[in-house]
Design a protein around this ligand. Sequence first.
Ligand SMILES: [Zn+2]
Length: 466
Amino acid sequence: MKKPGTIFIKGGKVVSGQTAAQLDVLIQGERISAVGSLPDFKADVEIDAGGLLVLPGAVDTHVHFNDVFMNTISVHDYYTGTLAAAYGGVTSIIDFSNQTPGEPLINTIRTKKDEAEGNAIIDWGVHPVITQPTPETLDEIPHIVERGAPTIKCYMTYRDEGLMIEDEDLKRILKKLRDAGGMLMVHAEDNDMLEENVHRMIASGLTQPVYHARSRPPEVEDKAIRRCIQIMRETGGRLFIVHLASADGAELVGAARAEGLDVIAETCTHYLVFTDKMLERDDGVKWICSPPLRSKSIQDRLWTALQDGRISMVTSDDAAYSWEAKLMGSGRFDKCPNGIAGIEPRFTILYSEGVAKKRISLPRFVELVSTTPANLFGLAPQKGSLIPGADADILLFDPHARWIMNQKTLHMAADYAAYDNIDVTGKIVKVFSRGELIIDGDRCLAEKGRGRYLHRKLDFSLRAGI
Ligand SMILES: [Zn+2]
């Protein structure tokens, strides 16, 4: 669609900071130029948003596109992944670029640029993943931060996949990031503990999907989180725990913050909507992810941690594998590529399960999916808030629409849906990215390749919402 000069979004319920009020939004070119009770304005396009919510585009800082992992590759590339994202109200994503042996981190970013250019339909950024903590890689960290990728991830597990980083190296990486103005992201699961469990279960013939969860109980996360917190006591800096699924782990994070340590955690949509019961089904491999799905009581406590701020945000951890790839794990849970396709459901599911079911407020929801991810990952003030001067990444959302989420109503590239036959309240009506209408109801109007690289810089004065 051709970009109009000015767009006037009238009379929707606009969520900004802690308030939600009926306001107008004016877009000029790619930016928001005014938000408020605006007098009648002669715009090129006028949109009546009466009865709708007007929200900042969602920011998903945890997705895996073209990810080579466990003898397969994720099926979301920069076109199919960002297309599904856009249908799900996401206007910015940050993907992971894994370092291969001997590879400079800067090359991993270049690889992602090659994958994204000509394909991405929304804006995108990269978190390099260190797998080879050599002196050369450590020396590269300040340069990478300057190149707009100030958030680097390390795994404390997946030793067999060549991804695991030892604690002494985590400490070195964290110090480098601290000094360069960056943030370390960690996948916190204790490898020794889970590896021993996996070997014992496989040897005893306990190979069904449910044993994936039993081999990685919450204590596996808690032990790794304690190790991270101990490292933080020695180094300072900022640490971000990805995909927290342990309620006791959330308490550890809360206690570390009370101690004055800069530790932040996210959880992911699937931990808030599915429990480990899904793994007992015949098609249980669909829900194999790490950390695994937990019990109902842990899930309830994760919701509480989202309400009280011990967990700061929610991402999708989109890792979409084909059904054929998932079936590699049907007789051996440890052979199943870990991950769930979730980039599209995240926003609407969190609204439906959170706001519509009165577990979280509407402003808290916006913080969890848009504002806090933008603030913590160096995208504010351009992304994450509806304020004058920000990019016009805007969603119009019908809070009352009821529909069934399943493989037919979703647009993701996997050939099955873990989010299958879920009753949902709330529907995305329109999505604007930098002032351009890219999703209009069921139609995508975006041109392939219009997405831009997000050059990020962390602002440590912006904290998590609570
Ligand atoms: Zn992940």
